[in-house]
Design a protein around this ligand. Sequence first.
Ligand SMILES: Nc1ncnc2c1ncn2[C@@H]1O[C@H](COP(=O)(O)OP(=O)(O)O)[C@@H](O)[C@H]1O
Ligand SMILES: [Mg+2]
Length: 275
Amino acid sequence: MRPYIITLSSEKGGVGKTTVATNLAIYLKALCEDLPVTIFSFDNHFTVDRLFRISKESANKKDILHLFTGDPAQELTELGQFGVQFVPSSRRLPEVRELLTDAASFARLLAASQLSGIVIIDTRPDLDPFTLNALFTSDRVIVPVKDLPSLENCKYLYEFFDRAKLSRRAVRLLPCLIDARIRFEGPFRDMRQLLRAYAINRGYRCMDGCITRSPKVDSLQTNPDGKVYPIISYGQHSDVHNQFTQLARQVLQDYRNEPARRLGQIAGDADPFEL
Ligand SMILES: Nc1ncnc2c1ncn2[C@@H]1O[C@H](COP(=O)(O)OP(=O)(O)O)[C@@H](O)[C@H]1O
Ligand SMILES: [Mg+2]
């Protein structure tokens, strides 16, 4: 069975992509221990490695760069905390940019791999060839939006979907970093409802629920220890814990209800799309 691929994407930085990608992986494993969950990042920071790596050193010294130079994905994965598998990150991805000759280049590499279950891809705040390849391959694209500018920005992602003749149904906006203290008079009582209304008005679909802003969550990523701590262990009594549980439940439901995998389709007959 081909893996179900979820990409976190937004051209805006600081909207919660990495926080959602990493913690979603953990909550998925918490809800479904048997499900293989693999995560990697096309960004040049090492949050994934810092959060998941068990041993001090990478086992095989290879990283996500080597996926593009032909190493099978399953041979690059390391078993990490919570049973989440990860492919180590790289700062050198731009060096292999030319190997992405069209939008399905990455899909062909993944299709030849033995990965199964759910694969989560964190991306840079940029619609660069790596992000476009991830989008092209995805069964689900989650776009965190925290305000109107980040929501307006989604139009470029949708434009890519239209140009590449991909179904817009794969894309779901997720209101993130919502300050629950802000209340409005009138029909839209809070930021989450307002963003949902804007999204629906533009014909965009949303995930159910949202992720609220929490100082606790922020401190799990930026602290004097220089470590990244998972919400499931340190934020259990927060609203965000319940929100991630709900998000993971929804993702699992979609994973089970949508048996046709994008990767299978690409390996079969998708039109190659020039970048
Ligand atoms: N729910 C949240 N509450 C408070 N701070 C958050 C939350 N989610 C993310 N952050 C903080 O916001 C910043 C950006 O988050 P991040 O996930 O790195 O976004 P992106 O990957 O889109 O750049 C980080 O400093 C992170 O700690
Ligand atoms: Mg990020």
